[in-house]
Design a protein around this ligand. Structure first.
Ligand SMILES: C[S@@+](CC[C@H](N)C(=O)[O-])C[C@H]1O[C@@H](n2cnc3c(N)ncnc32)[C@H](O)[C@@H]1O
Length: 200
């Protein structure tokens, strides 16, 4: 069913898609990170950044730009085509293996990002549960590798486990906000949690 909200979202989607193509970013998602950073300043120059669920690499490109070439590592189940200056690895972020590899490569990071998403099945509660599994592992990874005071950004699909998850992030960071960037489709049910000031 096409309603006004859906059509507006579609238009916004196409606008950011065309912009990404023109500006050389691999995904329109790159602008979501840019908008998040303009508002919350999660990435600063010189920061080391780990990006979980990073293919095709739009956030890795943007993180590199925002950090002024600080170390950036992107991890995904899918191989990521080479991005100059960044490290990309194939790995499952729910596995110990991937976590150990990241630790080996970076030691500790200033920022952990997670835009990881399951392949959607169309069954809302099932997809929500899988999204929660990914974000819980992303939080575990952040706890393992963030420097004290570090920042964490994670995408979560709405559902009944959202507020519990938000609480578990609040327990670990000094300042936590839920935010929907303009470059997200309005009709989509994703929210980004912006968590600053990791309490080690
Ligand atoms: C929305 S895309 C990320 C887009 C990316 N931020 C960008 O700007 O190009 C979500 C990604 O999460 C990845 N993903 C899902 N489950 C994963 C897992 N268990 N381990 C690693 N990556 C995963 C998918 O393969 C997919 O590439």
């Amino acid at each position: 069913m096409l309603n006004d909200e859906y059509l507006m979202a579609r238009k916004r989607h196409d606008h950011f898609y065309k912009m990404a193509k023109k500006d050389g970013y691999r995904s329109r998602a790159a602008y979501k990170l840019k908008q998040i950073n303009e508002r919350f300043r999660v990435i600063r120059r010189g920061d080391s950044v780990v990006d979980l669920g990073a293919a095709p690499g739009g956030w890795v490109q943007m993180a590199q730009e925002l950090s002024g070439g600080g170390t950036t590592i992107g991890v995904d189940l899918q191989p990521i085509r080479k991005i100059d200056g960044a490290i990309t690895i194939v790995g499952d972020i729910t596995s110990e293996d991937a976590l150990n590899k990241i630790k080996e490569l970076i030691g500790r990071a200033d920022v952990v990002l997670s835009d990881a998403a399951p392949n959607l099945s169309g069954d809302w509660s099932y997809d929500h549960a899988r999204s929660i599994d990914l974000v819980e592992h992303s939080l575990l990874c952040a706890e393992e590798i963030l420097k004290p005071g570090g920042n964490f950004v994670v995408k979560v699909f709405h559902g009944d486990m959202f507020s519990n998850y938000l609480q578990s992030v609040r327990a670990k960071f000094r300042n936590v906000r839920a935010h929907s960037p303009e470059a997200s489709r309005k009709a989509s049910a994703e929210t980004y949690i912006i968590a600053k000031g990791f309490r080690k």
